[in-house]
Structures are given as structure tokens and as C-alpha cells.
Design a protein. Structure first.
Length: 311
């Protein structure tokens, strides 16, 4: 579906060199911040106290957060589970305070505000569990990357496959670099957002590469640069509609989804923007720099092949 069609080819590859240099700089900076600053990991990774509280009536999560704020907590999580009357609270560990003491202080403060409530359970999540989650999360990320590499290797000629993998890794590292630089909380939901961006970005790259491969077979007299420019121009309408509608949904989660969805939506927002950029100026440009040509798209036929004579 197209709401509009661009009839004049846009010369995207005219600025490919400058933008690729900018991409390398951003990538190096992202890696630098990841190594030097690290991540501000959530309680799911570092360990802490998990409380399950039940209210007699529906309660506003913002009221619960205000009470916890008054106790001096900053890196905590409050969200509903099951029903609007059940609330789960995750608290970071504090020095010289046990998990039971910590939960009792918080519960007393909440009960002073709303007497009709009860503490269902209290659990301590140790650092060992957090390390296991980090390991499992990294393994999930690695499996997704390997799966994408295998898919692109079978789907495309190797130059397209390599450029697609590099573009996807570029997006992931940039997102992680943002979270490391600004020390935004990195939780399991953010990791899920990063994995979603991987799939989203590879989809955009595949669409552009498919059109490039198709135009190599149709436009026999055009140069590689001209074919890449026309292919991106032909898919730009679809890109604007798809990414625009997706970005509107993600921004609504970012601004109106509350603290629970904030960083998840933030990771998706950054990923969608860089996913478009990398598909055009990283994946397509890298394929051009590596010398992709029409002969790469067409299988050579042996002279003694009887089918070749028939064709």
C-alpha cells in the first residue's frame, strides 16, 4: 500500500561516505561508554526484595510510588500483576538492612496510607539469580544474532548478508551505548526491546535488499549506485507508513505508559530511528562499498548445460 509515490530518484548514496564515517564514530563511542561506564542494572539483575501486596480495592500505582519515594528509594519498580488490586514491588538492597526489615518498613508506610491491604509474600532475590539472568539474556541476544546471520546467509548473496549483519549489530550497540552513557535503568523489559529491534531492523534491511536484487535484474544498464538509490526511493513510501505508525504507538507507550514501560519504549524508539538509518546508510552503503554487482545476483550457467541452450 502506498499513500504517495516518489517519481524522482533520491540520491541517498551521495552522502553515504560522510554518514558511514558518522556511524563508525557513534559505534566506537557506544562501545567506549559500554566498557567504561557499564550499565545501570535493575533489581532483576542485581538482586533485591520482592513484595506482593493485595488491596481490598483498586489502587493507583502512582500513590504507591509516592509513598516509596518518601522512604528515600529511587531504583525500584511498582506494577500490577494478575488484577488491579494486586501490586508487586521490587526494592533494591540497602546496607545494614535485611530483606524482612526492608519489607516491613515499606509495608507499614503503605498501610498508614491505605489500611485495607495485606502483605501476601516477601522474597529475597540474590545476586546469584541476577548473574544467571544476565547470562541468559546475553545468550538470548547471541542466539538471535546467530539466527539472523544464518537467515541472511541463505537469503542473500554474501555481500548483502555481511552488510545486513553489520547494520543490525550497529543498531544494538548504539542502543546499549545510549543506556550506558545516560545510565538509564537496564531491565529485562529493555532487553526484550533490544531483541525486538533486532527483528524489526532486519526486516527493513531485507525489504531494501530484495528490491535492490530485483532492480539489478530489471535495470541492466544502470550502475550499482543508481540501482541502490532507485531501490531505496521505491520503498521509501512503505518505510514512512510502517515506521511512522509503529513510532506513534511506541511514543504513546513512552509518554503515557508510565514508569513500567518507559525504558522499554525508549529502547524501541531509539532502535526504530536507527533501524531506518542503518538499513539505508549502513547496510545498502556497505554492500555498495564491497562491490556488489549484477553478476552477483545471477547464477552463472555452464556452457554444457542443456537447459541453457533451451533458454
Amino acid at each position: 500500500m502506498e499513500f504517495f509515490r516518489i517519481h524522482r530518484t533520491i540520491h541517498f548514496m551521495r552522502h553515504a561516505l560522510v554518514l558511514n564515517i558518522a556511524s563508525v564514530i557513534m559505534f566506537v563511542l557506544a562501545v567506549f561508554f559500554i566498557i567504561t561506564r557499564g550499565f545501570h542494572l535493575s533489581i532483576e539483575f542485581t538482586g533485591g526484595t520482592v513484595m506482593e501486596v493485595h488491596y481490598a480495592q483498586t489502587t493507583q500505582l502512582e500513590d504507591v510510588r509516592k509513598v516509596i519515594d518518601t522512604l528515600g528509594y529511587r531504583d525500584y519498580q511498582v506494577q500490577n500483576f494478575g488484577t488491579s488490586q494486586d501490586v508487586i514491588i521490587r526494592l533494591p538492597l540497602r546496607a545494614k538492612e535485611t530483606s524482612s526489615q526492608q519489607s516491613q518498613v515499606v509495608f507499614n508506610a503503605l498501610k498508614a496510607q491505605t489500611p485495607q491491604m495485606e502483605l501476601r509474600s516477601v522474597e529475597f532475590v540474590g545476586p546469584q539469580v541476577g548473574r544467571e539472568l544476565v547470562h541468559n539474556g546475553l545468550m538470548a541476544l547471541l542466539c538471535v544474532v546467530i539466527g539472523i546471520m544464518i537467515y541472511l546467509a541463505f537469503r542473500f548473496e554474501w555481500k548483502f548478508a555481511v552488510s545486513g549483519v553489520v547494520a543490525n549489530l550497529h543498531d544494538v550497540v548504539i542502543i546499549l551505548g545510549f543506556f550506558a552513557f545516560f545510565q538509564w535503568e537496564f531491565s529485562l523489559s529493555v532487553l526484550a526491546g533490544v531483541l525486538a529491534v533486532l527483528g524489526y531492523s532486519v526486516n527493513e534491511s531485507v525489504i531494501i535488499m530484495d528490491r535492490i536484487r530485483e532492480n539489478f535484474r530489471k535495470q541492466r544498464k544502470a550502475s550499482t549506485r543508481e540501482i541502490i538509490n532507485s531501490s531505496i526511493t521505491q520503498t521509501i513510501s512503505r518505510t514512512i507508513i510502517t515506521h511512522g505508525s509503529t513510532q506513534m504507538m511506541v511514543l504513546s507507550m513512552l509518554f503515557f505508559g508510565g514508569p513500567s514501560l518507559h525504558y522499554f519504549a525508549l529502547a524501541l524508539t531509539i532502535g526504530i530511528c536507527f533501524g531506518i538509518y542503518s538499513s539505508v546508510f549502513v547496510a545498502a552503503a556497505l554492500a555498495m562499498w564491497m562491490g556488489v554487482k549484477r553478476e552477483d545476483m545471477i547464477k552463472k550457467v555452464r556452457k554444457d548445460d542443456p537447459q541453457a541452450e533451451i533458454a
